[in-house]
Design a binder for this molecule. Structure first.
Ligand SMILES: Nc1ncnc2c1ncn2[C@@H]1O[C@H](COP(=O)(O)OP(=O)(O)OP(=O)(O)O)[C@@H](O)[C@H]1O
Ligand SMILES: [Mg+2]
Length: 454
């Protein structure tokens, strides 16, 4: 469906020009010629984007009407691009501070205007997807959280006490032990559950973008700052901010984070105004932070700010009781995903699951079960379909061959057929199971004369 753009200007010629340009690009157009009409249209039609003139009565140039409208529109979450008179940059900056997302000077460059619109619509789609994800996590759709073992029950008890407070929580645990999921659960159990949970992977932020990412920047704050950007602290203001992989944070950046955690204060890059953050901080790491502190790689004072409460997730091998429950829960969800009806785990399969040490923890178990569900051709998952790599990784399906022939060619045909069967005949999915590219599978299908859906 094409996006709807509301054009707001008192000048009929400008509305016409914009409307012709944008409808020729396939956008649906709505028009408003007064501030009142802007609000009515925005409320009634929920456009995807608003192009807003700063001045509505011809004789004023103060831009006050535009600024007021921007703040009235802000809570609706519709991106607003301002149309400003040439040279009124100061006004445009005020508009950006009130929540507008970009501005275009009159007379506009067509290409620049179209590009800005495209970008903002793409961003909105992304944030809608995020909202969709967040909705998946609302209390109505509980997370698939398994916590029956004694150690996990203790964690559950602690969670019920500390999640609803605003206290900062540090989650420790090995890779794949459920830290990210636990962060979501803390947010879900908190009084902030209806506000966003904003995640930042500290390992993924380039050092030079750190401040802009966390605190935001104004357009023009640095050479590449072509658009203004809202920082994660602001986005998480009424919600929670999840700082994942906190142990990877470079030492030189740690003071910047420390300051906002200590005082709540930060500045958007390019602005001298100090802002106050109310975000609740949840952080996680698989690193031994205390060791990093003693090696001088992590600041002790920063650790104290993060670890008001510490929750250490035990590795999966230390929660035997959860293994089968988790496996069953994954079987159910993958059966749904791959339209496999109802499958159960045989006694042998369960014993095998219980005997493994799970160095990759819950994530490893999840992958093993996904493959087992795909490989299973009866109603019961048996031990041969549980492909566990004793080295910790997942066994390539190519090692899975229960046909008695020792001929390589026969084995290949058997394997390919098995994978196609498991993937309901879909070549792409079968190729993934086999760990080869789609093209390479097609070549093999042709070589062996195996029929398939194209
Ligand atoms: N207790 C649990 N109940 C149900 N599913 C779980 C549980 N713990 C983890 N999972 C699932 O296991 C997978 C790995 O968990 P998650 O991503 O939270 O681990 P992690 O500790 O954050 O890993 P990493 O160290 O790689 O960031 C996810 O798909 C998650 O949904
Ligand atoms: Mg994680």
């Amino acid at each position: 469906m094409s996006a709807t753009i509301l054009i707001c200007d008192d000048d009929a010629d400008i509305r016409l020009a914009l409307s012709l340009l944008l409808s020729s690009k396939g956008y649906q157009i709505l028009e408003a010629q007064s501030p009142k009409e802007v609000m009515i249209n925005a409320n009634r039609h929920q456009p995807d984007l608003i192009l807003l003139d700063m001045n509505f009565s011809r004789d004023t140039t103060s831009g006050m009407e535009g600024l007021e409208l921007v703040s009235q529109l802000q809570p609706m979450g519709i991106p607003v691009i301002l149309i400003t008179a040439w040279g009124s940059i100061e006004l445009a900056v005020k508009g950006l501070q009130q929540g507008a997302i970009d501005f275009i000077e009159k007379p506009w460059h067509k290409e620049k205007l179209l590009k800005s619109i495209e970008q903002q619509l793409a961003m909105r789609q992304l944030s809608d997807e995020n909202t969709g994800l967040r909705q998946l996590l609302t209390p109505d759709s509980p997370l698939p959280w398994v916590a029956e073992s004694a150690s996990m029950r203790q964690i559950e008890q602690l969670l019920l006490q500390v999640a609803p407070t605003d206290a900062n929580i540090l989650i420790l645990g090995e890779n794949g032990s459920g830290k990210s999921l636990l962060a979501k659960r803390i947010h879900q159990l908190s009084s902030r559950c209806n506000a966003p949970l904003i995640e930042v992977n500290m390992a993924a932020i380039p050092v030079n973008l750190f401040e802009s990412e966390l605190f935001g920047h104004q357009k023009g704050a640095f050479t590449d700052a072509k658009e203004s950007r809202v920082g994660r602290f602001q986005l998480a203001n009424d919600g929670s901010l999840f700082l994942d992989e906190i142990g990877t944070m470079p030492l030189e950046l740690q003071p910047k984070l420390l300051r906002v955690l200590e005082t709540g204060q930060f500045e958007v890059l390019g602005s001298s105004q100090t802002q106050v953050s109310r975000a609740r901080i949840i952080s996680a790491t698989n690193a031994k932070l205390s060791e990093l502190v003693s090696e001088g790689r992590f600041r002790q004072d920063l650790l104290y700010r993060l670890n008001t409460f510490v929750i250490t997730l035990p590795p999966l091998r230390e929660r035997q009781q959860d293994i089968i429950l988790l496996a069953q829960s994954f079987v159910t969800s993958y059966c749904q995903k791959y339209h496999k009806g109802t499958l159960s785990l045989s006694g042998d399969a369960q014993s095998l699951l219980l005997s493994h040490a799970w160095p990759g923890n819950v994530r490893e178990l999840q992958h093993v079960i996904e493959r087992a569900v795909l490989l299973c051709t009866s109603e019961v998952i048996n031990a041969p379909q549980i492909l566990i790599d004793q080295q910790g990784g997942v066994v390539p399906v190519a090692q899975y061959n229960d046909n008695g022939s020792l001929s390589i060619s026969d084995s290949e045909v058997a394997l390919i057929n098995k994978a196609l069967l498991a993937a309901n005949g879909q070549v792409a999915a079968a190729a993934e199971l086999l760990g080869i590219s789609r093209n390479s599978l097609y070549r093999r299908l042709e070589k062996h004369g195996i029929s398939h859906e194209s």
